[in-house]
Design a protein around this ligand. Structure first.
Ligand SMILES: *Cc1c(COP(=O)(O)O)cnc(C)c1O
Length: 462
């Protein structure tokens, strides 16, 4: 299995190489050269399997010969052992034919643990075998950073630096990044917004002297291995509601387009998906783009669902690559226009995208009202991101087709908004109830590329 870049001019890599490198050297994102297929019998055979066994069967064809079956199974088992729910990704019912997929039972209470815990294990196996060390640098709107720190802390062949926008993450998110005591993890509070952090990260990857000098590795949602790990729960949840004998729809609270893109991959592999709905908050650039208004950046409006406050949705590039017939130079051209403010999508590409994805947005008031209403009608307390999904799912679902809305974080990660809407203070699970008492360790830093690079160079273990 080979991986190719969405911009068409980086070397083809194996799964392991694509995982260890993150961003392609031409600035593009790695995608599989072809999508492995699961036929209806393969999908039906997933019924009743554990999450781990489902994960093995769904992901195995993408991995090629990089890991033995035994290594891969063991990594999957270790990745999900620390989850607080035996089902890993349980489904709960909100209303007739409307379901919620709870993806927040991992160690940092957001769906990013599904991918990050697994790639932590896979990095460990690969780096030990290669006797190599890497520097992981990540940019986060909150949840990626804590998930990465949790997954990589204490591993002996990685240093981890996480850039987060100072003052723009929730207190729980910040504390999850600043309280681990392992010396190989470094939380950096950048004076800027998430797009600034992400832009700095991309610039580091495009500076090959720095990239090679510190052996930079990326674990942001552009890392293909993360997308792949997220494909699994589309299969596990759809099968538990009757796939492949029945079509299922999904609504996904979307920011960087990684999670919904995993749903698209599941569909391309053969999972019978009726609708894939992109749900955005007031930062609705993806909804506007899918509504035919082009992709044009504006200012980021801070919201109560901060992990979706985004203007440059990195993984959308992967969807554009398919929409433009896998023409890397067309994608490279669009990304150049984006750097200057935005681009218009060609008619043919827009038709492709609208066949694959529907979209909707939720305002701040609608999000709060959805938290309130859902608590009353189903007893489920939603986090604001999940509420954006449930709101849009309600608007766009076909009552005859099961709709699964993805619940991307635990309500206790965003207590202020949840309490404002519901009057209830969502408690942290007991395993992290002392989070507010642990001492914090964080370095505040200017939104300045050289300052960031110097800090990283000066703090990696030699
Ligand atoms: C990251 C995140 C999202 C957005 O997911 P993408 O894959 O970036 O689209 C939504 N909700 C929560 C809670 C998140 O942490």
């Amino acid at each position: 299995m080979k991986y190719i870049s969405t911009r068409g001019s980086a070397p083809e890599l194996s799964f392991e190489e694509a995982m260890l490198t993150g961003l392609a050297r031409d600035g593009g994102l790695y995608v599989p050269a072809e999508i492995p297929q699961m036929d209806p019998d393969d999908i039906a055979a997933l019924a009743g399997l554990s999450y781990e066994e489902t994960a093995f069967r769904v992901m195995r064809p993408f991995v090629g010969d990089c890991f033995s079956d035994q290594e891969f199974r063991a990594a999957i088992d270790r990745a999900y052992a620390g989850f607080g729910h035996a089902a890993r990704a349980p489904l709960v019912q909100l209303a007739p034919n409307h379901f919620l997929l709870e993806l927040f039972h991992g160690p940092t209470l957001a769906f990013k643990d599904f991918a990050m815990q697994l790639i932590g294990q896979l990095f460990q196996v690969a780096l030990e075998r290669r006797a190599e060390r890497v520097t992981i640098v990540g940019a986060t709107s909150g949840d990626t950073g804590s998930a990465a720190i949790e997954a990589f802390k204490g591993l002996n062949n990685v240093d981890v630096f996480i850039l987060f926008p100072h003052g723009r993450v929730s207190e729980v998110q910040r504390r999850q990044m600043t309280t681990p005591t392992e010396t190989n993890v470094h939380a950096l509070a950048v004076d800027g917004d998430f797009d600034d952090c992400q832009a700095a990260l991309k610039a580091m990857f495009n500076d090959f002297a720095f990239r090679d000098g510190v052996r930079l590795a990326g674990v942001n949602s552009i890392n293909w291995a993360r997308v792949l790990a997220q494909v699994v729960y589309y299969f596990s949840s759809a099968v538990s509601l009757g796939a492949p004998h029945r079509k299922i729809s999904f609504t996904v609270p979307t920011g960087n387009f990684g999670d919904i893109f995993a749903g698209y991959i599941a569909k391309r592999m053969g999972l019978p998906v009726e609708r894939l709905v992109v749900a955005t908050n007031q930062n609705d650039i993806l909804h506007r783009c899918l509504s035919g208004q082009g992709y044009h950046k504006g200012p980021t409006q801070p919201s109560i669902s901060p992990s979706m406050d985004i203007q440059v949705s990195s993984n959308f590039e992967r969807a554009l690559f398919d929409a433009y017939g896998r023409d890397g130079s067309a994608v490279a051209q669009l990304m150049e226009e984006l750097a200057a403010g935005g681009f218009d999508v060609s008619q043919g590409a827009l038709e492709f995208l609208r066949e694959q994805f529907q979209s909707g947005r939720a305002s701040e008031d609608e999000t709060l009202a959805t938290i309130t209403d859902t608590l009353h009608t189903s007893t489920e307390l939603l986090c604001p991101h999940s509420a954006v999904g449930v709101k849009v799912a309600n608007d766009l679902r076909d009552p005859a087709v099961p709709m699964i809305a993805l619940a991307t974080a635990h309500p206790a990660k965003f207590p202020a908004a949840v309490e404002q809407a519901s009057g209830r203070h969502p408690a942290l699970p007991p395993r992290m109830s002392d989070l507010y008492d642990r001492p914090e360790r964080v370095h505040r830093i200017a939104n300045d590329l050289d300052a960031l690079k110097n800090h990283i160079r000066g703090h990696i273990a030699k």
